[in-house]
Design a protein around this ligand. Structure first.
Ligand SMILES: *Cc1c(COP(=O)(O)O)cnc(C)c1O
Length: 401
C-alpha cells in the first residue's frame, strides 16, 4: 500500500489548541511563577467547579493521579484491586505500584465497560483475598453502571476510584439527577488525564477529584514530596512554637507529581472550551452513526449507554473482520494508505506478559470479543465534517478492497 495520501494525514486523535490557549500559556511564561504558583489552585478550582466536586488536585499526569489516589488510601500490600480488562495499562499498573494484586473484571462485549455482574464475578475469582479497591473505567467517555457498582462496593467495604481519563465533560444520570463525571458522587475519588489526546489537554497532566477534604489534603501532600508548610500539621517543638519562615516538615516520603503553572493556565482555558468541544464530539459521533449505518452488520456503531451523556473521547466501531474477509491489520493498513489513522483500544491488559506472570492467567470472554472487533476511528474536537466523511470512505474502501 504505497499510494501517497493527497490530503494531510488524519490521526485518530489530536489536541485542539486555539490562539487563546497559546496566549494563556505565554502569559504565565512571562510571569513570576512557572510552577507552584497561583495558577495551580486557579485550575483546581475551575476543574472542581466544572465537574461539581468539592476538591480537585492537579498533578503531573493521569498515571500519577491514579498512583496518588491509591497511595492516599493506605492499602495493605497484597490486597486486591479489581480492574476492568479493557483499559490502558496504567489503571492496573497503579495498583501494582502500591503493592496490590490485580484481579481483572470482564467487560460488556459491545461497550467494553465493566458491569455489576462482571464486578461480582471478579470478586468471586478474588477467592477470599481482601479486595480493597475497584477502578471502574469510563471507556471512550461512556460510564459504567456507577450506582450499582458503588452499591456492591459499599456492601463489601471496597473503595471506588474512578479512572475517568477518557471522560472529562461526560455526565450520567442517577437518582433522577445528572452528575458530571468527576463529581465523585459514587466514588471516593475520580482521576483524570490531560494528555494531548484526551478530551482537554495540558500536554501532560492529570487530576484527582474528591469530595473528601482529608483525602484532598493527603493527595496534595503526596504530590509534593510529602512536605508540609502548614503550621497546623507541625509536630516538632520547633515547628509548633516558633516555626521560622523557611520551615517545613517531612510527613512521609512521597513524589514530585506537580503540574506547572503554564500547564494549569492551558487547562483553565481548555476547560472553558470543554462544552463547545463536547458538542463537536457529539456531532461527529452522530455523523459517523449515520454514515456507517449502511455498513451494518459488518460494521456496528458504538452502543450508546443509557443514562449517559458522553463527551466522546473515542469513536470505536465494532467490525466483524471474518465476515468482511479482511484482517484488522489489513484494514488499518489500507486506511493508513488513504491518510486515515486508527487505533485499537485496548489489548486486554491481562494479555500482557507481565500480567500473565502476576495474577491468575485469565481469558475473559467479553474482553476477548470486544478486543477482536474494536477499531477507533478519528475523533477529536477540531475534526471537520469532511474529515469524518473521509474516514468513513477509507473504511468502506478498506472493507471492500
Ligand atoms: C490516558 C489514560 C491513563 C493515563 O494517563 P496519562 O496522563 O497518560 O498518564 C490512565 N487510564 C486511562 C484509561 C487512560 O486512557
Amino acid at each position: 500500500m504505497s499510494k501517497p495520501a493527497t490530503t494531510p494525514f488524519l490521526p485518530y486523535a489530536r489536541q485542539s489548541i486555539t490562539d487563546g490557549d497559546v496566549q494563556a500559556v505565554i502569559d504565565v511564561l512571562r510571569s513570576d511563577w512557572l510552577t507552584t504558583g497561583p495558577g495551580v489552585p486557579t485550575f483546581e478550582r475551575a476543574l472542581a467547579q466544572a465537574v461539581d466536586a468539592k476538591e480537585a488536585v492537579a498533578c503531573a499526569n493521569g498515571t500519577a493521579a491514579l498512583h496518588l489516589a491509591l497511595t492516599a488510601l493506605d492499602v495493605e500490600p497484597g490486597s486486591v484491586a479489581v480492574v476492568p480488562a479493557i483499559t490502558f495499562v496504567a489503571t492496573a499498573n497503579a495498583a501494582r505500584l502500591v503493592g496490590m494484586e490485580v484481579v481483572f473484571a470482564d467487560v460488556d462485549a459491545r461497550t467494553g465497560l465493566m458491569t455489576p455482574e462482571s464486578f461480582e464475578d471478579a470478586l468471586r475469582r478474588a477467592a477470599g483475598k481482601p479486595v480493597r479497591v475497584v477502578l471502574p473505567v469510563d471507556l471512550a467517555g461512556q460510564t459504567p453502571a456507577k450506582v450499582e457498582i458503588a452499591a456492591i462496593a459499599t456492601r463489601r467495604g471496597i473503595t471506588v476510584v474512578d479512572d475517568s481519563a477518557h471522560a472529562v465533560g461526560s455526565a450520567y444520570e442517577a437518582d433522577g439527577a445528572w452528575h458530571p463525571v468527576g463529581s465523585a458522587r459514587h466514588a471516593a475519588m475520580a482521576s483524570f488525564s490531560f494528555h494531548a489526546v484526551k478530551n482537554i489537554t495540558t500536554g501532560e497532566g492529570g487530576a484527582v477529584c474528591t469530595n473528601d477534604g482529608t483525602l484532598a489534603a493527603r493527595l496534595r501532600l503526596l504530590r509534593n514530596h510529602g512536605l508540609t508548610r502548614d503550621a497546623a500539621d507541625y509536630v516538632t517543638d520547633e515547628g509548633r512554637n516558633s516555626a521560622p519562615s523557611w520551615y517545613y516538615e517531612l510527613v512521609e516520603p512521597a513524589f514530585n507529581y506537580r503540574l506547572t503553572d503554564f500547564q494549569c493556565a492551558l487547562g483553565v482555558h481548555q476547560l472553558q472550551r470543554l462544552p463547545e468541544m463536547r458538542t463537536r464530539r457529539a456531532a461527529l459521533a452522530d455523523r459517523y452513526d449515520q454514515a456507517l449505518r449502511h455498513m451494518a452488520p459488518v460494521v456496528r456503531t458504538p452502543v450508546r449507554v443509557p443514562n449517559c451523556r458522553p463527551c466522546w473521547h473515542l469513536y470505536a466501531v465494532h467490525i466483524d473482520f471474518a465476515a468482511a474477509g479482511r484482517s484488522r491489520q489489513r484494514v488499518v493498513d489500507i486506511m493508513r494508505a488513504h491518510g486515515v489513522g486508527t487505533q485499537v483500544h485496548y489489548i486486554p491488559v491481562y494479555r500482557h506478559p507481565y500480567y500473565q506472570r502476576h495474577g491468575a492467567p485469565t481469558r475473559l470472554p467479553g474482553a476477548e470479543a470486544y478486543y477482536a472487533g474494536t477499531l477507533s476511528l478519528p475523533m477529536f474536537a477540531s475534526m471537520r465534517d469532511e474529515d469524518c466523511d473521509r474516514a468513513v470512505a477509507a473504511l468502506a474502501r478498506a472493507l471492500s478492497a
